[in-house]
Ligand binder design. Sequence first.
Ligand SMILES: [Zn+2]
Length: 308
Amino acid sequence: MLRLLLLVLLMLAGILFHWSLSVTAPVASAAAPLNVVVTLPVLKDWVQHIGGSHVHVTSLMTGYESEHTYSPKPSDLVAVRKAALLFEVGAGLEVWVSSLVKNAGNAALQVVTTSKGIELIQDHPEPVGAAPVHHHATGNPHVWLDPGAAATMVQHISDAMISADPDHATNYRAKTAAYLQALARTHQESSERLQHVSSRTVIVHHPAWPYFARRYDIQVAGTILTQPGGEPSAHHLHALIEIIKRDHIRVIVSEVQLNQKVPQLLARETGARIVVLTTLPGGLPGTDTYLDMLHYNVLQLAQALEQT
Ligand SMILES: [Zn+2]
């Protein structure tokens, strides 16, 4: 009797096992999301908008680090090993990506440089004899802060996702078109918000803003940090104070990812106001997406310039 019961149970288990395999296996493979790794959260936001539930995306940086001084974590290597696509900004920004990719040893991985085709602004060294701005061999890499360049980057992401996962091409194309429309709308609103601001000259903390400034007709009269992770010299600070006083500059644009000590010192010395913006989505409350971040930065900057 016991043996019979055992036999029945075994058969039942066998049927269940077989059934579960035949039901879940094909479904699981058809629904397996495209595995994507990005360097910066701004790229994650775009991948998610285009891919929705068809992608699984990991951003190596969170939005709280400086994009220049980042060094990869062990978990980054694991993520890159499992990915089909890796999106980077490029233009000399993520200098740590090539060794990370090499160490991951993922032969199937496709690395996509999203700034491809965007004409880079060539930084000029600070006029006060400081070291050359950043380590940009090719030009300033902060292209994503210009919505026009952002549209190009979104298109590169979309194209790469469509070729990596053609089954969802129609979906990706539709989502891309909708996103580009939303981007154009937010840019239009930003232009309108900044259009009537009369005082348009600022000092910036690090050279992240040339593309944004060009797009919205903001003048950058000086830069605090001429090297990522470095400290400005007393000579450089003195020169900045002179510029702020001479040109009656009222706003210092800082970033949440950077130390606020030097902007605070300049503000104390000159009476200029500090406005803290973010170059990466998620850096400040209310900046979770690229469009939220653009909206936030424009609004904060406009308010600071108007309060002068
Ligand atoms: Zn930067």
